[in-house]
Design a protein around this ligand. Structure first.
Ligand code: URA
Length: 243
C-alpha cells in the first residue's frame, strides 16, 4: 500500500504532521537513499527504505508480535494507573496500531499475540473460526473423570453457555494441574469453567494460540516478532489468504 511520506513518518511516531512536513522540506528525510523534499511523495512502507535525520528507520507499519505475558500487567491498549502489555513494547508498536489479540487476565501468564492487522485480529477471535487456545491451570482440589465429562459436555455459565472443551488432568491432589482447550474467549472463561465444577483456579497460563505454541526460549515479559512461517499459519487459521 502506497503512503504519503509525511503520513508514513507520523504513523511511525516520528513527530507531529507539521514537524515532519518541515523536516521533509528541510531535506531531513530520504527514501531509498535519495533526499525527498515533497511531503506528499508517495512510497511503500515495508518496501522502500526510509531515513530521517541521516539515520535509517525500520519503516514497516504492519507488524505482528508474540509476547510471553507476565503476571501483573493488564491486557489493554493503555491504562491511566496500571502497567499494560503495550508498555512492554517499544513506542513504535503503539504508533502503528499494533493491538493485543484478545485478552489475558492481569494474573494470567502465557502467549499473547499483537497485530496491526485489524481484520486478522477480529477473525482470530471470532467463535465461528474455532481457533483453539490451550491453557494450563493449577486449581484447588482433586480433579477426575467427572470434571473431564463436565468440560466435554459444555457448561451453562449464566450469561453464556460454554461449548464443550477438552480437559486433560496432568496431576490430581490437594491442588490439581490440568490443561484445557477452548475455542471461545469469553471474559474469565477458563476460571469460570473451573469454578463451575468447584475448583478455584490458582494459576493460569496460556500455552498455545491457534497454531502457535509459546516459545520456551521466550522469558516472561519478553516478546519477538512472528516469523513468516508463524504468520502464514496464523493467517490460515484466520481463514485469510496466505501471501
Ligand atoms: N480465561 C480466563 O479465565 N482467564 C484468562 O486470562 C484467559 C481465559
Amino acid at each position: 500500500m502506497m503512503m504519503r511520506l509525511d503520513r508514513w513518518l507520523t504513523t511511525l511516531g516520528c513527530g507531529s504532521r507539521s514537524e515532519v512536513k518541515q523536516w521533509i522540506r528541510d531535506g531531513q528525510a530520504a527514501v531509498n537513499g535519495r533526499i525527498i523534499r515533497d511531503p506528499a511523495g508517495s512510497f511503500e512502507p515495508g518496501k522502500d527504505l526510509l531515513a530521517l535525520h541521516g539515520r535509517e528507520l525500520d519503516g514497516r507499519i504492519m507488524r505482528h508480535v508474540v509476547m510471553h505475558k507476565p503476571a501483573g500487567v493488564l491486557t489493554a491498549a493503555r491504562d491511566p494507573k496500571q502497567k499494560t502489555v503495550m508498555d512492554l513494547l517499544p513506542d513504535v508498536y503503539r504508533s502503528i496500531g499494533c493491538m493485543p489479540v484478545g485478552r489475558l487476565d492481569k494474573d494470567t501468564t502465557g502467549i499473547l499475540l499483537f497485530t496491526c492487522d485489524g481484520e486478522m485480529n477480529h477473525r482470530l477471535l471470532s467463535p465461528s473460526r474455532h481457533v483453539k487456545k490451550r491453557y494450563r491451570a493449577l486449581a484447588e482440589g482433586p480433579m477426575g473423570a467427572a470434571d473431564v465429562d463436565a468440560f466435554a459436555r459444555g457448561m451453562d455459565l449464566g450469561d453464556f453457555v460454554a461449548q464443550g472443551a477438552e480437559l486433560e488432568i496432568l496431576r490430581s491432589g490437594e491442588t490439581s494441574l490440568a490443561e484445557v482447550t477452548i475455542m471461545e474467549g469469553k471474559f474469565h472463561q477458563v476460571k469460570r469453567m473451573f469454578a463451575a465444577v468447584g475448583h478455584e483456579v490458582i494459576q493460569l497460563h496460556r500455552c498455545t494460540f491457534g497454531p502457535l505454541k509459546l516459545d520456551e526460549n521466550l522469558p516472561e515479559g519478553s516478546w519477538r516478532e512472528l516469523t513468516e512461517e508463524e504468520l502464514r499459519a496464523l493467517r490460515l487459521a484466520a481463514g485469510m489468504e496466505t501471501r
